[in-house]
Structures are given as C-alpha cells and as structure tokens.
Design a protein around this ligand. Structure first.
Ligand code: URA
Ligand code: SF4
Length: 204
C-alpha cells in the first residue's frame, strides 16, 4: 500500500524530518511537482495550522501557504493579532498535485489514498510540536484528523478536545473562500473565517 511510513526516521527533530521528507516515495505524488513542502514553524509552537496540500507557489518556493491562500491567511492572522512566525503551519499532503492547463498548473484535489499515505508525516509533526491549539483549514485536514464524516460547513468554529490537541477546531479553507464567486457570500465567509481565527487569538 501507499504509505510514507518507511521514509520517516525515528527523529523528533523537525529539521531532520523535513530533510528526510525530500526522499519520500510514499505515493505517486513524489514524481509530480518540483519539491516537497514540509511544515514550517517553531517546534514548541502553541498553535498549529493544517491545510490541504501545497499549491503552485508553495511548490515553487518550497514553503507552505505562500501563495494567494497564504496571503489571505496572513492578512486575517494579522487582523486578529496572531503572529504567524510563532505558529507551526503545515499541510495534510506534502506534495503539490495538479493538472497542466496550457502553461498553468491547476490544483487537483488529493485522493484519499494520497492523503492516507502522507498522514504519518502530519501525525509525526503533531507528536513533535504537541500544539495546545490545532486548527484544520478546510475539509481535507478536518476529515484526516477529525474523521471522514466531519463536515466543515456544519461544524466550523466548534471547539473540540481530540487526540491531537486539547483545543481543536476546523474552519474554512482560505482557498475555498477565495473561490466563492458571489461577492456577498464571499464576504460572509470571510467574516466567519475571521471570527473563527479571533476565537483562536483569544486562547493565546
Ligand atoms: N493551500 C493549502 O492547503 N496549503 C498551502 O500550503 C497552500 C494552499
Ligand atoms: Fe510522500 Fe506525502 Fe509526497 Fe506522497 S505526498 S510522496 S506520501 S511526502
């Protein structure tokens, strides 16, 4: 079966883990894209954010949440008073998946096999950082960590004690927010996203 397991060293050093992830061949995504995008942030971060998968910019730069979704995340974090550099930011899947369309690379949703294959990396990151607060951005992260039946649309903003963190929450994915075509709906969603992150800020 596809799994990252054999590629993960025993180490609890994020640096060692990040380095090892470059050689992961746990699923077929290892041959797509240009590089692995491992999580980033202090090993003792109080807050961890988990997204879905690196996008085009992340794949180019080798860092999570640096494209349009990352800009939106940064903007809202700043607005609610959370310092991103003090948080650990990562993804459910560490390689970019896309379909070429002309010269553009269009994001493709990771399959559940790819998400499961990559999950051991995420689990190790959580074990090392042991975040007091864990925020799932979007349904891929939420379903990976909170169960296949979890519906972000119905339960965003709910605070839960989970095996991953004493204070776990799922909210809207900033990319999903950016894709809402209707301006009024997009504004409403942004308000909800801000409110969820403001709740996180209150805990810090
Ligand atoms: N979307 C994600 O889920 N993660 C990123 O790093 C960028 C966009
Ligand atoms: Fe390994 Fe995850 Fe990349 Fe698949 S997506 S090759 S499991 S790091």
């Amino acid at each position: 079966p596809w799994t990252a397991e054999p590629f993960i060293p025993q180490s609890r050093s994020l640096k060692v883990l990040a380095e090892a992830s470059k050689n992961c061949r746990g699923c077929d995504l290892c041959d797509i894209g240009s590089q692995v995008v491992f999580g980033e942030g202090p090993h003792d971060a109080m807050v961890m954010f988990v997204g879905e998968q690196p996008g085009d910019q992340e794949d180019r730069q080798g860092r999570p949440f640096v494209g349009p979704a990352g800009q939106l995340l940064d903007e809202v974090l700043q607005q609610v008073g959370i310092i991103r550099d003090e948080c650990y930011v990562t993804n459910s899947v560490k390689h970019f998946k896309f379909e070429p369309r002309g010269t553009r690379r269009i994001h493709a949703k990771p399959s559940s096999r790819e998400v499961s294959a990559c999950q051991p990396w995420l689990v190790r990151e959580i074990e090392v950082v042991r975040p007091q607060i864990l925020v799932c951005l979007g349904s891929t992260a939420a379903q990976t960590l909170l169960g296949r039946d979890f519906r972000v649309t119905q339960r965003r903003g709910d605070v839960m004690k989970t095996e991953w963190s004493p204070w776990t929450m799922a909210t809207i994915h900033p990319s999903a927010l950016l894709r809402i075509p209707d301006e009024a709906l997009r504004a409403k969603s942004r308000g909800e996203f801000e409110a969820d992150l403001a709740k996180v800020a209150e805990q810090i």
